[in-house]
Design a protein around this ligand. Structure first.
Ligand code: ADP
Ligand code: ADP
Ligand code: ZN
Length: 212
């Protein structure tokens, strides 16, 4: 199964991608996670992405598209993948089409997880992430332990700098201007599936499974 997950920042793409990846046995590919891992290792890629991420802007396409191409060419993607956070503008969607064509495959569906701005802002500002394994928590909906250590790996749990309120506003603007047109793009292709992302995470997963 070859899927892309679309939707505003904080809607639950990562949360659903982790579950779908386990369920379908295909890798979860998150460009945001790839950039954050590169930054933690202080590689040239990570350092070049930092200023864009911290200010809520998109990392330039020449960087992002090459990264995704390399990842999709990895043999572990031959049976499918879940793309989370890519494509984020129409040029990335066109580039993805070319990459998949060169591999002789195509997308099965673009799943659009939709939710209103108030819900999305609550989810982003309450989000906490494990430095060690990337597991995601939420101060209200899935609180991390009081000692601030991840139960899965013992890693430190922190708040992403770009999840603070001022950057969130910029990310939502970028989403509206550049990423929302990608939803229309896949509608035009005829593979768009829309689910209500305002429900709890188990219900959203069930809705996705029933649609794909
Ligand atoms: P979210 O949880 O808001 O969906 P991500 O973890 O996907 O956030 O992305 C965090 C940041 O990483 C983005 O604001 C952007 O700077 C960068 N980024 C991630 N994916 C892409 C992409 N496909 N194109 C450009 N920049 C990206
Ligand atoms: P995205 O990848 O779209 O940016 P995440 O999957 O990281 O979003 O989710 C953002 C925050 O909202 C996280 O703290 C996560 O635990 C929480 N969350 C995700 N899905 C739901 C849901 N259906 N109901 C309540 N909270 C959720
Ligand atoms: Zn962890």
């Amino acid at each position: 199964m070859r899927l892309v997950l679309l939707g505003p920042p904080g809607v639950g793409k990562g949360t659903q991608a982790v579950r779908l990846s386990k369920r379908l046995g295909v890798p979860h590919i998150s460009t945001g996670d790839m950039f954050r891992e590169a930054l933690a290792k202080k590689t040239a890629l990570g350092l070049s992405a930092k200023e864009y991420m911290d200010s809520g802007k998109l990392v330039p396409n020449e960087t992002t598209i090459g990264l995704v191409r390399d990842r999709l060419e990895n043999p572990d993607c031959s049976r499918g993948f879940i793309l989370d956070g890519f494509p984020r503008d129409v040029a990335q969607a066109e580039a993805l089409k070319k990459i998949l064509k060169s591999l002789g495959v195509s997308l099965d569906a673009a799943v659009y997880i939709d939710a209103g701005p108030d819900i999305v802002v609550k989810r982003i500002t309450g989000r906490r992430v494990c430095e060690g394994c990337g597991a995601t928590y939420h101060m209200t909906f899935n609180p991390p332990p009081e000692d601030g250590k991840c139960p899965k790996c013992g890693g430190r749990i922190y708040q992403r700098v770009d999840d603070r309120e001022d950057t969130v506003r910029e990310r939502l603007k970028v989403y509206k201007a550049l990423t929302e047109p990608v939803v229309d793009y896949y509608e035009g292709v005829g593979i768009l599936r829309t689910v209500n992302g305002e429900e709890d995470a188990n219900e959203v997963l069930a809705a996705i499974i029933s649609m794909i």
